[in-house]
Design a protein around this ligand. Structure first.
Ligand SMILES: [Fe+2]
Ligand SMILES: [Fe+2]
Length: 331
């Protein structure tokens, strides 16, 4: 059992549970092992195992420990804790005890789960849930725009539509914040986040075996894949989403500056700012992800591939992306 008296090593081993967070736990069965600091013997010891039932008196005692700042969980249980918090994102706005990387990870888990729910059942209800969480992320970034950099430390490689969507959102937001020098509005952040997150929603209408093949498609399969744009726009229409930023992300993320993209083969100035941004965030996120037919590439290679493709991708944006990734590698 860890036995820590000084607060530095205490916070290495344990995370403090605040009254706010305790209040978000299921009352009788906390989701993580609880520990408490006993000042009489100056040590931290176990109080209750995860899932064990807490009596009514126990609840009062635990609430008191939390008030007094001596209720803890093990940092090793962080994963379980993060899963729990991902369903209570609003707490991230009021809690100060988290490291920015921990917050980024909790957001990642939250959006991955929300996207899974939405893509399985794209209704107005699941869209609203997504929107609520996006508003919390927007608020979090708006309070301190430098926080967006931490999001780019939390990208995953797994081949999965929800993972791809969250990566695209995190990269796109980091690009946007660089582009604007942090001068952003909350409403604009919400729209752009939703656009980035939902850019491929129409993919749920494409048969999985075609999505998985991607590179070796025959013409008929390619047409079917390209129809994810139209399918996505139809889904947005059914959900009554009319926000132009979201529509542009969905409609234009495969358009390329030299007119080689789809569905409308738009050129240069006919592609909106959001369309360009989403194109880069999407391509980057696709390149760094594992695919059934090839393994993931590393991030600096992905940046290089896009930067060398200045005919198709906006070079101002690829330069910003290179800057973000260079800093990320340095840290
Ligand atoms: Fe796409
Ligand atoms: Fe995509």
């Amino acid at each position: 059992m860890a036995d820590n008296t000084d607060s530095a090593s205490l916070s290495e081993t344990y995370l403090q549970i605040s009254p706010n967070i305790l209040a978000s736990f299921p009352k009788f069965r906390p989701p993580v092992d609880l520990y408490f600091y006993d000042p009489d013997v100056a040590r931290t010891g176990p109080y209750l195992r995860a899932g064990e039932r807490l009596s009514r008196e126990g609840q009062d005692e635990v609430a008191r420990f939390a008030e007094e700042g001596r209720l803890y969980l093990l940092r090793d249980d962080y994963r379980v804790y993060a899963e729990h918090l991902s369903r209570e994102l609003g707490l991230l706005l009021v809690e100060e005890g988290f490291l920015p990387l921990e917050v980024a990870e909790i957001f990642f888990i939250a959006f991955r789960n929300r996207m899974d729910e939405f893509l399985n059942r794209p209704t107005e209800d699941t869209y609203e849930d997504l929107r609520t969480d996006v508003s919390i992320l927007a608020e979090y970034i708006w309070i301190d725009p430098s926080r967006v950099d931490f999001l780019t430390h939390t990208l995953e490689r797994e081949y999965d539509l929800s993972v791809h969507s969250v990566n695209t959102m995190f990269i796109g937001l980091a690009l946007h914040l660089r582009q604007t020098g942090g001068q952003v509005e909350k409403a604009g952040l919400v729209s752009l986040s939703l656009g980035l997150l939902l850019h491929d929603l129409g993919m749920v209408m494409v048969p999985k075996f075609i999505r998985d093949k991607e590179q070796y498609l025959v013409r008929r399969d390619r047409e079917s894949l390209e129809r994810h744009i139209e399918a996505g726009l139809n889904m947005l229409r059914r959900l009554k989403v009319r926000d132009q930023v979201i529509l542009d992300c969905v409609e234009q993320h495969h358009e390329r500056l030299d007119g080689s993209g789809y569905p409308a083969r738009r050129f240069d100035k006919d592609i909106s700012a959001e369309g360009r941004l989403c194109a880069i965030a999407d391509s980057f996120s696709a390149i760094i992800g594992d695919r059934p037919h090839r393994s993931a590439r590393d991030m600096s290679e992905a940046v290089r591939m896009l930067a060398e493709d200045g005919r198709r991708y906006d070079s101002d944006l690829t330069a910003l992306l290179a800057g973000i990734m260079a800093e990320r590698i340095k840290e």
